[in-house]
Design a protein around this ligand. Structure first.
Ligand SMILES: C[S@@+](CC[C@H](N)C(=O)[O-])C[C@H]1O[C@@H](n2cnc3c(N)ncnc32)[C@H](O)[C@@H]1O
Length: 243
């Protein structure tokens, strides 16, 4: 899968930083950050892979983790993360090649990152390598089944039916998504089994899975979102290194 523009996030990092970080996005504030803090409470050294501008890494420090390192290949994200400070250390790196020693972290988190990684297998292999035995990996994904390309709420006026349509779930796909005027980024879709088999194949046992409903702050943004209030937008997988 070579059609991922390596500069996409460099060009669009300001859009992300202004619209989705540092307290402005209800899904992060009401859901993703609280879930991440709960799942990683008590873990001392944590690596945030694809940390962006550091909103999760900063909260991990505030949550009591003593050593938090964020890595991201996008220099504009790392520059903003260092400016926003708050305790973590940062480095520019890709998930597929982590510049840290084997078995050196108690936990790793990757939040909404694997949708931008062309090949998830080497990235999950790297995460397994840097985790200590018994260490925990927390993976946040846009729900691969319910949010796959072509999915969405359908109002059929002929059959008088309303339902959530699921797109071609089994097709591995990279699609450019127009996220805002002038902001387009490639998203990789792969079925859930691809993630689960890569975790299992790297000695990472699934210990928990969450599919939280969209939080109130998201549903309140538009009346039509209420129709799909029982369709999760997020999948959270928690795995632990057993070998
Ligand atoms: C949607 S943002 C999420 C940022 C952060 N995890 C958060 O939740 O605020 C996706 C991030 O993935 C990063 N990214 C893209 N390709 C990556 C790769 N191969 N390895 C690690 N991170 C990558 C981008 O630079 C971007 O900062």
């Amino acid at each position: 899968m070579s059609d991922i523009d390596p500069d996409g996030w460099e060009k669009n990092s300001a859009w992300w930083q202004e619209g989705y970080t540092d307290g402005v996005d209800p899904e992060y504030e009401e859901q993703m950050i609280p879930i991440a803090m709960e799942l990683l409470a008590g873990y001392q050294s944590v690596l945030d892979v694809g940390c962006g501008e550091g909103q999760i890494a900063r909260r991990l420090v505030a949550n009591g983790s003593s050593t938090v390192v964020g890595v991201d290949p996008t220099s504009n994200q790392i520059i903003a993360a260092r400016q926003r400070a708050g305790g973590p250390e940062y480095a520019r790196a890709q998930a597929e090649s982590l510049p840290v020693a084997s078995s050196s972290f108690d936990a790793v988190i990757a939040c909404l990152v694997f949708e931008h990684i062309a090949d998830h297998v080497p990235a999950i292999g790297e995460i397994a390598r840097v985790l200590r035995l018994g260490g925990r990996f927390v993976l946040f994904l846009n729900h691969p089944l319910l949010q796959c390309p072509g999915s969405g709420w359908i109002v059929d006026h002929v059959l008088e039916e309303e339902y959530w349509r699921i797109g071609p779930y089994l097709t591995v796909d990279v699609s450019m998504e127009e996220l805002a005027p002038g902001v387009a980024l490639p998203f990789v879709h792969r079925p859930m089994s691809h993630y689960l088999n890569a975790l299992i194949g790297n000695g990472l046992d699934i210990v928990e899975m969450e599919e939280p409903p969209p939080p109130a702050g998201f549903l309140n943004k538009a009346d039509e979102y209420a129709d799909a209030a029982s369709i999760p937008r997020l999948l959270v997988l928690v795995a632990e290194r057993r070998r």
